[in-house]
Design a protein around this ligand. Structure first.
Ligand SMILES: [Zn+2]
Length: 256
């Protein structure tokens, strides 16, 4: 009975981890933690309005589409989380306040307001652990087969945050290993397409490099986090242009 009440994913929800191009030949392993605004059935709307459920607090609009285009262009394996970060934010460790937030930007999230330790544990076990275990398994298999792995996470951010407009268009983020980011920024400096900046609109001090640390730094693998302002990737045309731009930067950086 208790277990039933705590169950996060039911039969109708399916698996939380999705993998595309599992046997991709590229060294890049593309990861999208905030790919989806889908909520598991038992959570209903979490007490949120339709507007909030469609907004950046639930997912990174456009990020999965861009990640898919990069994956396709380079024949790179893509891993993404099928459920909304409102249930569990897979780019945060379980102990972080933002992992299962009661409030996100200006929105209160009623369904997350009073989570017990058991609720948090159930969400962690249902969404966070399988997601990162799947990435670990992919890296292990690739290494065993002699395939190099370079970690690339793809995100999007909102143009207006707490009422303030953000000028940066593409952020290239890194933690203590900046090899790939340096190469991408050098490649971007030779273009005038977008306003590209290092560790903007936020950086490692904001706790956003969890996935990079977990899978990149801990294994000595080159890694980068890409943040795209979501108004640039609101439709297929924009997604295509940004994805081919990023693919070019990644190629130039990888080969450097
Ligand atoms: Zn994100």
């Amino acid at each position: 009975m208790v277990l039933d009440q705590l169950r996060v994913l039911g039969e109708a929800d399916g698996e939380c981890v999705a993998v595309e191009r599992q046997n991709g030949v590229s060294p890049l392993l593309v990861i999208c933690e905030h790919a989806s605004r889908l909520l598991p059935v038992r959570f209903g709307t979490l007490g949120l309005s339709e507007e909030a459920l469609n907004s950046h607090i639930a997912w990174d609009p456009g990020a999965l589409a861009v990640a898919r285009e990069i994956s396709q262009a380079l024949d790179a394996t893509l891993v993404y989380q099928r459920f909304s970060r409102l249930i569990y934010d897979c780019n945060r460790p379980p102990e972080a306040a933002g992992a299962m937030p009661g409030k996100s930007e200006v929105y209160d999230i009623p369904g997350n307001a009073t989570l017990s330790d058991a609720d948090k544990q159930a969400r962690t076990e249902a969404l966070y652990i399988p997601f990162h275990d799947a990435i670990r398994a992919l890296i292990r298999d690739r290494t065993a087969q002699g395939q190099e792995t370079i970690i690339v996470t793809v995100h999007s951010f909102t143009p207006v945050y707490y009422g303030k407009t953000r000028a940066v268009e593409i952020g290239i983020l890194h933690d203590s290993d900046s090899r790939l980011a340096d190469g991408m920024l050098a490649a971007a400096a030779g273009t005038s397409h977008y306003k590209v900046e290092r560790n903007e609109p936020y950086g490692p001090a904001d706790g956003v490099t969890h996935t990079l640390v977990l899978h990149g730094l801990s294994n000595g693998l080159r890694n980068v986090m890409i943040e795209v302002r979501n108004d640039l990737i609101a439709d297929q045309a924009g997604q295509g242009v940004v994805a081919s731009y990023l693919t070019r930067l990644l190629q130039q950086s990888m080969d450097a």
